[in-house]
Design a binder for this molecule. Structure first.
Ligand code: BG6
Length: 483
């Protein structure tokens, strides 16, 4: 009788950058593919800026039509018609009452019983306003789950700056919403090859016996960007590369690479295993950290002249459990480097008894490239084709662009928003997971903040400080040579 039919998606911070670049495009792609139906969905933008519905629509159209191919104008216009705009501040009772009125009117127009519809609040906002916005939603915009409706809140990092501030934020949100209502996005969990990690590890016989300290020498999880912090200097200078990339995106990837097999694919079973592996991470040793800052970073007027903020970091994490003791997990991230790439490199140990004398050519490696051009390949030694009996390093290569030519790989945000609508929390960060992630990095971050650790300067467009390569070599990584 209380059938849930109607879906309202409310984008708070609708006039901002994240909404324009990520949230609305993701919603549009879901609409294009039929996941959001016109007779079911309504989208509300909320922000402080005074805009009309059409102003917001035109902003979104401007961004999307420049991105999407021609022939989509008609679909885009239909999508834009679903969007309404409400203006108000983030702590204004009137604003949220008005928002609630608009949503309720829409629900009634869809013949939905009050309270029975679905409301998804997407906070494309700076975290400083999360508590007040959440309080307002809680007070004025909730749906009653006992009538079959639901209210879900999507939030995005930075979730605090260290353990204490993150815990404070969690406690504030936790007073207002149940954990089942909170969706903490880490968009790396929405990437195709990140979602593939558990499948590759646990559905393939040949990885199962090899995935441990007996066979694996070291694992690298690397993020590089070939551009600096242009336009985001103010935000970045406060956070730095460890909070921006390593403590969240790379650590999430580490969890999926290192965790034990979950009891089942239920979100809670998966997240239980992620928490366990994080709890096994040993305190970071300062001699296993290299920080860098690219030359010219401080030229940005929004960055302080005396900034100590790293734009590059290599940090080795060690997991103290039966599977991983002694295997370094090398997390590396940097801005303004020589390429844009995110990949995982699992390097195996040398083959004992080197009868081909090929050890110098390099080791077996499994490389999982998250972007660009998704791929998985295994570096292996083979006989060099020809009359000679000699060996070379080659690859078993699964490049997605070649193998799955007709498949469009979805954007991370698209997938994660769909998960939120479906109520699947598997690819979202649980509160206890977040806490342990902060526990791991907070002591190091406090030292950096106190100026006790200085970043080494590196040239934009380079590989980062040479000291990072030295640390890698010390950790046991051996460069392989393809042909
Ligand atoms: C964001 C960071 O979370 O991820 C940015 O704040 C970074 O600094 C971005 O550029 C990278 O995301 P992607 O999907 O392009 O690798």
């Amino acid at each position: 009788k209380h059938e849930v039919k109607c879906l309202s998606i409310i984008v708070l911070g609708a006039s901002g950058d994240l909404a324009k670049k990520k949230t609305f495009p993701a919603l549009f792609h879901l609409f294009q593919q039929g996941f959001l139906q016109e007779n079911d969905v309504h989208i509300f933008g909320y922000a402080r800026t005074k805009l009309s519905d059409d102003d917001l629509r035109e902003r979104i159209r401007g961004y999307l039509s420049h991105k999407s191919s021609s022939g989509q104008t008609e679909v885009l216009s239909r999508f834009l018609q679903l969007i309404k705009y409400v203006s108000g501040s983030y702590d204004s009772e009137d604003g949220f009452q008005l928002l609630n009125k608009e949503i309720s009117e829409h629900e009634i127009s869809k013949n939905s019983q009050p309270g029975t519809s679905r409301r998804l609040f997407y906070l494309a906002l700076p975290p400083s306003v999360y508590p007040s916005v959440c309080r307002m939603i809680r007070r004025y915009c909730m749906n009653q789950s006992d009538l079959g409706g639901w209210t879900r809140i999507v939030v995005e990092k930075p979730f605090g700056k260290d353990l204490k501030s993150a815990e404070d934020l969690s406690a504030q949100l936790g007073e207002l919403f149940d954990e089942q209502q909170l969706y903490r996005i880490d968009h790396y969990l929405g990437k195709e090859l990140v979602q593939n990690l558990l499948v590759v590890r646990f559905a393939n016989r040949f990885f199962l016996p090899l995935w441990n300290r007996d066979n694996i020498d070291n694992i690298q999880i690397v993020f590089r960007e070939d551009f600096g912090t242009e336009g985001r200097g103010g935000y970045f200078d406060e956070y730095g590369i460890i909070r921006d990339i390593i403590q969240n995106h790379l650590l999430q990837v580490l969890c999926l690479v290192a965790m034990e097999k979950p009891v089942s694919l239920k979100p809670e079973h998966i997240r239980d295993e992620k928490v366990k592996v994080l709890q096994s991470v040993l305190p970071i040793k300062l001699e296993e950290v290299v920080l860098g800052q690219y030359e010219g970073y401080k030229d940005d007027p929004t960055v302080s002249d005396s900034s100590n903020t790293p734009t590059f970091a290599t940090v080795i994490l060690r997991i103290d459990n039966e599977r991983w003791e002694g295997v370094p997990f090398i997390l590396k991230a940097g801005k303004a480097l020589n390429s844009r790439k995110a990949e995982i490199r699992v390097q195996f140990k040398d083959v004992p008894g080197d009868i081909f004398k090929c050890k110098k050519q390099g080791r077996n490696e499994l490389v999982i490239r998250l972007q660009p051009s998704e791929a998985m390949y295994m570096k292996l030694t083979v006989k060099k084709p020809g009359l000679e009996m000699s060996t070379i390093q080659s690859e078993l290569d699964l490049s997605y662009g070649l193998r799955y030519q007709n498949v469009k790989i979805p954007e991370a945000y698209e997938r994660l928003i769909l998960d939120t609508i479906r109520g699947d929390q598997q690819h979202f960060v649980r509160r206890d997971e977040l806490r342990v992630a902060w526990e791991i990095f907070t002591p190091l971050l406090h030292r950096i903040d106190a100026g006790q650790l200085k970043p080494i300067s590196y040239k934009p467009g380079s590989r980062g400080p040479a000291e990072a390569d030295e640390l890698l070599a010390k950790a046991g990584y051996v460069q392989t040579h393809g042909y």
